[in-house]
Write a protein that binds this ligand. Sequence first.
Ligand SMILES: C[S@@+](CC[C@H](N)C(=O)[O-])C[C@H]1O[C@@H](n2cnc3c(N)ncnc32)[C@H](O)[C@@H]1O
Length: 345
Amino acid sequence: MSMVNAGALWKVASGGNPLARIRATRDGLAAVRVNVGAAAVHTGLLDVLAGGDATTEELARELGAVDEALLLAFLRVTVSVGLLSRGEDRPWHLTARGRALVDDDVVRAGYEAFAGLHTAPYRQTAAMLGGGPRCRDMADQGPLIARLSAAMEPLVMHELTRTVRERRPLRVLDIGCGAGLELAAMLDAAPEAQGVGVDLDEGAAALAGRTLHERGLTGRATVLQADVRQPAGGRTGPLADTFDFALLANVIYYLPMAERVPLLREIAGLLAPEGVLFLVSTVATRQFFSRHLDLLLRCQGDGHMAITDVAGLVGQLTEAGFRADTPRAVAPGAPVVTVTATVPG
Ligand SMILES: C[S@@+](CC[C@H](N)C(=O)[O-])C[C@H]1O[C@@H](n2cnc3c(N)ncnc32)[C@H](O)[C@@H]1O
């Protein structure tokens, strides 16, 4: 390859805004890479190769690909982002990076979500600003949201299990339990306790059931597919007796603003006097992720949703009858807090 000539380089560097051009290209290529990863998941390519190396013909058969030239182009781009490799005359092979996408479900959910529900609002902003149809992520993307939320688990787990050990509850409730990781951790931290997980989404409830089964906790917990906003009529079966510890992690902001205090009151009613609610929520700050989640919520078509700030969150807990402790960030500077709130005795 010939050397780039200095005149051409100068022309590139002095045309337009070179730094902004570099930024646009860098951000753009990152967005494309996310979409390549998501397509490698959605087509089933990574799962096929997780079962062993495969030739192009085998892949075409497994993926139902009828356009071999397009399949080859897709395989080559997947190699270029480091998910696959192929030596001379060798079959296609999953690299360590590709395997991480198959083996770590948070990574897989990340590619799926960032190529889909997390970026869709921006593709539709203009239409929505003009009154076009809104998103319905809670109804359409429940299991994916629950899977991605598991990324937050290590950040809250320490504080959650510390609080559970301190309170030694006998009945724990996980509202909007998603994949059930926190429910399992609470049961591990309180070996005498029985637990109930509730999730509105059928797929999420099934995931939680699987987690409990894998952790050998089936005999100590029940998962219900239910809307926890249901008034007292819903308090039958596993919800009939009061609880001494409830978790509401990464759920409150998925409710329309007007329904948050009523939900918290409902939870207070499920708790015994001096029962504790451990709440985890992203709060409104100027940080990118907080602002992004706020926009994502405001794009939903199921009522007015938004992120509240710390004072707003404490205000809602107080209005619902709780005595709230000072919220703590899950990591220094993170826009996610935990709050412990008690039902007065
Ligand atoms: C972001 S996920 C959080 C999952 C889990 N708590 C965590 O922190 O990893 C939110 C979950 O809340 C559930 N959810 C939302 N509204 C609910 C409601 N009214 N009743 C029960 N579950 C609800 C959703 O289906 C979803 O699984």
